[in-house]
Design a protein. Structure first.
Lengths: 299, 516
């Protein structure tokens, strides 16, 4: 049996695996850089070296999975040796780095925020990212056909509606309940879901000025019904403040960094997620922080 | 209008693949529009709202992939859907290639008899891989960008010490021993060697040389930052020395975007030592100092190619230099309304954009661009044109997290439609780059947009002049003639070089000019 070295592993996942000796996980989907397995109700991912750390994820020393260990196995098993794939391979994490999420805390002094928010928004606007998120989406037809144009218009309007409602919680709670963002958009994780992932991820941090906890209970259920499992899992994790390393670092940079280069550098790492997902997650995050900042001028 | 849908049960493709298939599906002949996405309620609702729904779609669940296509006629649906299906099969085929994979460069070196590594991994890991390759005595072509300048300097110093080539980072083109790497074009083997700090500039030059009947011995890419103060031209100097030693090379051509002055001096000092003739095309380069170094100064790519082939043995009088079509300039001037005074250049190649812009700038000062070196003429918002505007869609703001526009043309298509609708726009310039790594049908991908834009302009009583330049050779896999024929059939004016794009454009919108 050949060993594949893990480069890093989510510490929370490791704890779960240690309790699950001998049990199996079932293949859900596989891509060039990620293989997803279902372990009970939970999704765990094995990702290639270039991908960043994330919740429920093991990074391994493979550049990609074009030839994923010969064939993607339908089942994998947690054994004493590690995570066994087919009968040939085992992912060994004995010596590997354990990745622990470090969650940010919303600052008491928010002087930095306004500057960092406008820096990020301006940078995204210059890059037209997300492509549909800027004012012209309503007035001009963004997209190469009527379907894309209708989709982009709806994304823009629903996103704006959601952020206005967030700024007016709890008065506008119904608008949040009825958001049409779930499952809306192109891509494996539809754009609307990515926005929600960004919003949920930010709004769970300690001392966040807007309380969306009731909302998130509902959203976790809605996501299961309205979008695919990969996307729903990301929203679910975000509702518990869990996400990718790049999202954590970007959030911390926006909240605390005094150096614009650092903020933009961390933003770039988020933008590298997926095709357009990164820009949509970043947009969800920054607009949610902006909404909170409008409500708190505590300096 | 006829609609057909297909549901692929429990099918998950990564977003980049989905976007790419969706873009290609929308360019299939007879397809008016195609939508490929996950079968969520909201996506189904939007499909219904735009009148594209059919019964099958209602059955799709959130884990299914929906494909919907729309054609003008019912009898076009079968063929169109078959073509869409092929896009999925092609993707699967790619993962079934017979290539052998290795866990690391070191393990590959033990198994393969090779002396060069082409590295195209995420920028975060690219330096590490390049270092490993150099330590295994391999020359390196580093396609990846987002590598720090410190890493670049360290890698190039290491390569220099070991007597190896370190091409890149962000090196898009090289031809080594007649093998094209990354975006290179298929050109004939010859006696002219190129050291290029510009990917599309090197492509343009190699293609022009091929067009004049000559060929390339080696094309060594350096990466775009090589002539910066920090990197200090390490690779360009090593490249000159390598070609100086190469018995198959009789003439050397250097190309770069505007170099740092001190670095330019260092390079010219090396040129001075060379026993072979060296042609130098530095955009905005200093003619006097180049000539003082015994280099042959060239103002543009075409001039550089002409000088190179003449030094390599060509009879200048027998070359077809593709002079400008002056009667055409006057004809187009008459068609444009007085308010149609602006040029909009939408480029996939940075140096092609630069060169066309430089040519047009000789007539107009108000040339704005996202890649302008002069701050005064940098676009405030690269999403919005101002006066004459030239956009390089290959620059970082358009390519972060997305394929290069030579592979995925969707961003340029959207912008093209915006520019074409602007009544102040007279001329739109488009480049189409052929070659090993480029889109398989770059002109085909723009055809529906060009048709639609021309029809709209006509309905509004405007003439919309589009000039297209296909950079490629008769040996490129995309078929140069077929690409040019497609443009010609749409009434697009064909340009023979990137420089001519600028020269034609400036003539078309200039009512006062008499001689083009």
């Amino acid at each position: 049996m050949q060993k594949v070295s893990a480069l890093s592993i989510d510490n929370e996942l490791l704890k779960k695996i240690e309790k699950s000796n001998g049990s199996a996980a079932v293949l859900h989907s596989y891509f060039k850089h990620a293989v997803n397995y279902l372990h009970g109700d939970e999704m765990l991912a094995i990702v290639s070296a270039p991908i960043d750390n994330a919740v429920s994820t093991i990074r391994v020393s493979k550049e990609n999975f074009d030839k994923f260990f010969l064939n993607p196995s339908k089942n994998i098993y947690f054994t004493d040796l590690g995570l066994q794939i087919n009968e040939d391979w085992v992912i060994d994490w004995e010596e590997t780095e354990k990745w622990q999420e470090e969650k940010a805390i919303y600052p008491k002094d928010t002087r930095l925020l306004a500057e960092n928010i406008s820096l990020v928004k301006e940078n995204l606007r210059k890059q037209s990212k997300p492509s549909w998120a800027h004012e012209k989406a309503v007035n001009k037809n963004i997209g190469s056909n009527t379907f894309e144009q209708a989709m982009n218009r709806l994304l823009y309007m629903e996103t704006e509606k959601m952020f206005k409602a967030i700024e007016n919680t709890p008065k506008k709670v119904n608008q949040l309940n009825e958001t049409k963002l779930f499952g809306l958009g192109k891509g494996l994780t539809p754009s609307g879901d990515d926005i929600l992932t960004g919003t949920c991820f930010v709004s769970t941090i300690e001392n966040f000025p807007i309380n969306l906890s009731e909302q998130q209970k509902l959203w976790k259920k809605t996501a299961k019904e309205k979008t695919n499992l990969i996307s729903a899992t990301a929203i679910y994790q975000a509702c518990h403040g869990r996400g990718r390393e790049s999202m954590h670092e970007f959030l911390k940079a926006v909240l605390f960094s005094t150096e614009p280069e650092v903020v933009l550098n961390k933003l770039e790492k988020v933008l590298a997620i997926g095709s357009s997902s990164g820009s949509e997650i970043a947009w969800g995050m920054i607009r949610t922080i902006e909404s909170a900042n409008k409500l708190t001028h505590n300096y | 209008m006829s609609i057909r849908a297909k549901i692929k049960k429990n099918t998950y493709l990564d977003s980049i693949s989905l976007m790419s298939i969706s873009t290609q599906a929308n360019n299939i002949e007879h397809v008016k529009q195609a939508m490929i996405g996950m079968g969520t309620d909201m996506n189904k609702e939007v499909i219904e709202n735009v009148g594209m729904t059919v019964d099958e779609i209602k059955k799709a669940t959130t884990g299914d992939l929906i494909i919907v296509i729309q054609t003008d006629k019912e009898d076009q649906l079968d063929a169109a859907m078959e073509e869409v299906e092929k896009l999925f099969i092609r993707k699967e085929d790619k993962s079934e290639t017979k290539e052998k994979t290795y866990n690391s460069i070191s393990s590959a070196v033990e198994d393969v008899d090779s002396n060069i590594a082409v590295i195209s991994v995420n920028g975060l890991y690219a330096a590490r891989e390049a270092r490993e390759a150099l330590n295994n005595d391999l020359h390196v072509m580093l396609f990846s960008d987002n590598v720090s300048i410190e890493d670049e300097v360290e890698l190039k110093k290491l390569a220099h010490e070991k007597g190896l080539l370190m091409m890149g980072p962000d090196c898009g083109t090289a031809i080594i021993n007649n093998t094209g790497l990354c975006f290179a074009n298929k050109v004939r083997k010859g006696n002219i060697g190129i050291v290029g700090a510009s990917g599309t500039g090197s492509q343009e030059l190699s293609v022009r040389i091929h067009d004049f009947g000559y060929g390339i011995s080696q094309l060594i890419g350096t990466g775009g930052r090589d002539l910066s103060k920090e990197v200090n031209g390490i690779m360009m100097v090593d490249g000159i020395r390598a070609l100086e030693e190469a018995p198959d090379t009789e003439v050397i051509v250097l190309i770069s975007k505007p170099p740092e002055k001190e670095v330019e001096k260092k390079v010219l000092k090396e040129v001075n030592k060379s026993k072979k003739p060296v042609v130098i095309w530095f955009l905005g380069g200093d003619e006097e100092s180049i000539q003082a170094s015994k280099g042959h100064y060239a103002k543009g790519s075409k001039e550089a190619a002409i000088k190179a082939v003449v030094l390599a043995g060509a009879d200048e009088d027998s070359l077809n230099k593709h002079s400008l079509n002056l009667p055409l300039i006057k004809e187009v001037q008459k068609k444009l309304k007085p308010e149609q005074k602006y040029i909009r250049g939408l480029f996939t190649g940075g140096t092609l954009c630069d060169e066309a812009m430089l040519a047009a700038k000789e007539y107009y000062e108000d040339m704005y661009s996202n890649i302008s070196k002069d701050e005064k003429y940098q676009l405030e918002d690269s999403g919005k044109s101002f006066h004459h505007t030239f956009i390089d869609f290959g620059s970082d703001e358009y390519t972060d997290g997305k394929p290069h526009p030579m592979i995925d043309p969707s961003a340029r298509i959207d912008r093209f439609m915006e520019e074409a609708a602007d009544p102040k726009v007279g001329v739109i310039l488009l480049d189409f780059v052929l070659g090993y790594g480029s889109h398989e049908d770059p002109v085909g991908a723009m055809v529906p947009a060009i048709k639609e834009a021309k029809e709209k302009a006509k309905a509004e009583g405007r003439h919309l002049e589009i000039i297209g330049y296909v950079l490629g050779t008769d040996e490129d896999r995309q078929n140069l003639k077929a690409q040019n024929d497609k443009l010609d059939s749409l009434g697009v004016t064909l340009s023979s070089s990137s420089q001519n794009l600028g020269l034609l454009a400036r003539g078309f919108v200039n009512k006062e000019e008499n001689n083009g």
